[in-house]
Design a protein around this ligand. Structure first.
Ligand SMILES: Nc1ncnc2c1ncn2[C@@H]1O[C@H](COP(=O)(O)OP(=O)(O)OP(=O)(O)O)[C@@H](O)[C@H]1O
Ligand SMILES: [Mg+2]
Length: 281
């Protein structure tokens, strides 16, 4: 069975796209015994740093083993990228979550983005700028139960490469005024893209993140969204939790529970995974 592919996307920065992608990957592996590949499509390389640390990332960058090299191949035909070599196995140093792998990102992807649009003119393997990842990822699609994609905070060519291979997407969002702007633009842009490309990708839901239990505004905005028919929301809410911020640090091996803050930290992830698996089925 081919992996179910899910993108985590929002135009807004800092809304916990990366945290939710990585926490979900560990919860799927530790609690549900799933094989998970995380694809870090964001040139900020945050998911990559969380999962393998800066030092290992620098080595891979040196060895041409990040997604930068995939997109560079597509742009200039350099043929440096090898999927099997680039996928990092059992990452994250979470003792009880074996089976989380990573396709790392590269900082230099920032400089390439505009050139990717031109590839159809000069490249035989990659003749569609939106399908670079699609053409590449095929050989490992059957190795995983889930592929989770951490997108940059925009709907540019890198994110759309992720949407191209996705069965569904999740919009992580803080329930405040500025973070909820743009949600309908995301839905519109992706549905036009999906229509043009004949894709079946669907919005799995909005998940509220970094939510303050006592903030009236957070409660009101959640209620507004839950009453709307055009934007499905996950029941699970990720409340503000300093342990989630601390979990971004790459460190010595710990269990998922130890690193992500005990039951208070991991239970929302288990609940979220349960909902996610049902919605993407
Ligand atoms: N529930 C939470 N409580 C407190 N802090 C959180 C929570 N979730 C995430 N954070 C912290 O908030 C910050 C932003 O989170 P994250 O990097 O996951 O967002 P992002 O949407 O991926 O950002 P970007 O748009 O830059 O990629 C990080 O410092 C992260 O550790
Ligand atoms: Mg991020």
């Amino acid at each position: 069975m081919a992996a179910k592919v899910i993108s985590f996307i929002n135009l807004k920065g800092g809304v916990a796209k990366t945290t939710t992608t990585v926490g979900t990957a560990f919860a799927l592996a530790e609690h549900f015994h799933k094989k998970v590949l995380v694809i870090d499509l964001d040139p900020q390389t945050n998911a990559t740093s969380m999962l393998i640390g800066e030092e290992r990332w620098a080595e891979l960058d040196e060895e041409n083993s990040t997604l930068y090299n995939l997109f560079l191949d597509a742009v200039d035909g350099s043929r440096d990228f090898s999927l099997r070599r680039s996928i990092q196995k059992n990452v994250g140093n979470i003792k009880d979550a074996p089976g989380v792998d990573l396709l790392p990102s590269g900082l230099k992807m920032i400089y390439l983005q505009d050139e990717i649009y031109d590839i159809q003119y000069n490249n035989r393997t990659f003749n569609d700028p939106y399908m670079v990842l699609d053409i590449t990822i095929g050989p490992v699609m059957n190795d995983y139960d889930y592929i989770l994609i951490d997108c940059p905070p925009n709907l540019g060519i890198l994110s759309l490469n992720g949407i191209q291979i996705s069965d569904g997407y999740v919009i992580p969002c803080i329930p405040d005024i500025l973070s909820t702007y743009g949600i309908s633009q995301i839905q519109n842009r992706i549905s036009i893209f999906a229509h043009n490309k004949k894709l079946k990708v669907k919005l799995l839901g909005i998940v509220f993140t970094k939510t303050k239990k006592t903030a009236a505004l957070h409660t009101r905005i959640q209620e507004d969204f839950r009453n709307r028919s055009d934007a499905p929301c996950f029941k699970t809410v990720f409340y503000e939790n300093s342990r989630y911020a601390e979990a971004a640090e790459y460190m010595e091996p710990l269990t998922f529970r130890q690193k992500w803050g005990g039951s208070d930290g991991v239970q929302p992830y288990y609940d979220f995974c349960q909902e996610l698996m049902e919605r993407v089925r």
